[in-house]
Design a protein around this ligand. Structure first.
Ligand code: LMR
Length: 433
């Protein structure tokens, strides 16, 4: 193997058209010049977004995409929801500007997001012991959180639920974390193995980071009940763990406040934690990339210090956030009529998914598909695990053009009255084969 450490790089000044000389690296003559790209073999496609690329290229007319978590209505369209359409109309009518946003986003947006998470009268809001930064989507928030923690000297170990969203391990290991997992599902795959989960969390070292799914666990749709959340909060406090809450589905479970209720258990004096919000799903703003990172600190002065370090993490990643999605969210959350419309839009999406869950379970049971399907109706959010083998998932794709993720994670929101019978028939065929 070539010893890269022995290479020396000299810099030479070269003239450029604008702005004077620029320094370019120039390898010394006696060293082989090898482009790193030469030794690269293709990386595997992304387990979720890569499947959508394959789906798009699939010419079969009956294909069904249940892979990526994107809401569609019963005609298979991802609509722009009414509140967003109206907010965009208002924004267009205003004389806007395309100037840079502050590194951490617009103050009005940040306050609106904080109030959405905790409720405007919460102690965290009143005391000012939190700091929010606008980020490009929930993924941007997670990456900024990871960078912020590592750059401020946190533990380099993060605990992820097993299973979890496939981008979690990739994102946190690329940022520099060592990964550990805590067991989540019981043997049926339809409920939580509470004692194993809590036992594993108890074994984390003080200061370790633990990722918690705020609501609508991805990929299982199985969430802890209030008692289990309270036990998690106890362990977090007792073991001095640092929770990052991935809150990508606020309002998709039971409701905006209901989904955030359990956070109250974390919000106890002295306990510090991070929340990564995404507005891809609950505002259907997928391609606007709008989200936020909120840090709850023990007191306002620590929150201020945290924000100053967050700004460094952001500035060195993408400088400052894109504006349009954040402007839509701020317009909606700060206008009572638009806010009310949004809650109707959100309830519409949530209820359609719940209807799909019931219809799916009924269709599976009516068709006599072997399995224990009933709990899927009680799960929440976009996803359900069918519990399929890798071969069955591959057969669904290759023989039936039905695209699902991993061990049979389906996007329940992607089912429609038109595709449901076909999907159930395909699942029956691969399970009974
Ligand atoms: C999903 O899990 O399908 C969504 O969160 C979309 C994504 O970026 O993976």
């Amino acid at each position: 193997m070539r010893d890269v450490a022995t290479r020396s790089i000299a810099f030479v000044a070269v003239p450029v058209s604008f702005g004077g000389p620029r320094m370019l690296p120039h390898h010394s003559r006696n060293l082989p010049v090898a482009l790193p790209l030469r030794s690269l073999t293709p990386a595997p496609p992304d387990p979720i977004l890569g499947l959508t690329e394959t789906f798009r290229a699939d010419a079969r007319p009956h294909k069904v995409n249940l892979s990526v978590g994107v809401y569609v209505d019963d005609t298979g369209i991802t609509p722009v929801i009414a509140s967003v359409l109206e907010a965009e109309r208002r924004l267009l009518a205003k004389a806007g500007s395309k100037g840079y946003l502050p590194i951490d986003g617009r103050p009005g947006y940040k306050n609106a997001v904080r109030d959405l998470i905790f409720g405007p009268d919460h102690e965290i809001v009143e005391s000012g012991r939190s700091a929010t930064a606008q980020t490009p989507g929930g993924t941007g928030a997670l990456r900024v959180a990871a960078d912020f923690l590592l750059q401020t000297g946190s533990s380099k170990t993060i605990w992820l639920s097993d299973p979890t969203w496939p981008n979690h391990p990739q994102l946190f290991s690329m940022a520099g974390f060592a990964l550990r997992t805590y067991p989540y599902l019981d043997e049926s795959g339809r409920g939580i193995d509470v004692s194993r989960m809590l036992g594993s969390l108890r074994s984390a070292a003080p200061g370790d980071v633990v990722l918690l799914h705020g609501s609508c666990h991805n990929p299982s749709g199985v969430d802890p009940d209030a008692e289990t959340w309270a036990a998690v909060a106890e362990i977090v406090a007792d073991r001095e763990l640092v929770p990052i809450v991935d809150f990508a589905y606020q309002g998709f479970g039971f409701g905006l406040r209901e989904d955030a209720d359990w956070l109250v258990g974390l919000a106890r004096p002295g306990l510090e934690f991070l929340i990564c919000s995404s507005f891809s799903k609950n505002f259907a703003l997928y391609n606007e990339r709008v989200g936020a990172l909120t840090i709850v600190a023990a007191d306002p002065s620590r929150a201020g210090s945290a924000l100053s370090h967050l700004k460094i993490a952001i500035r060195s990643n993408y400088s400052n956030p894109p504006a349009h999605g954040g402007d839509i969210v701020e317009t909606i959350l700060t206008d009572p009529a638009l806010r009310a419309q949004w809650e109707v839009d959100l309830a519409g999406m949530r209820n359609r998914i719940l209807g799909n869950r019931a219809a799916l379970v009924k269709a599976l049971v009516d068709a006599g598909v072997p399995g224990h399907w009933d709990p899927i109706q009680r799960q929440r959010g976009m996803f359900a695990l069918l519990g399929l083998s890798a071969d069955q998932v591959a057969r669904l794709r290759d023989d039936f053009a039905v695209y699902v993720v991993g061990k049979g994670r389906i996007n329940v929101a992607g089912l429609t009255s038109a595709n449901l019978p076909y999907v159930v028939g395909a699942v029956k065929a691969v399970i009974e084969d």
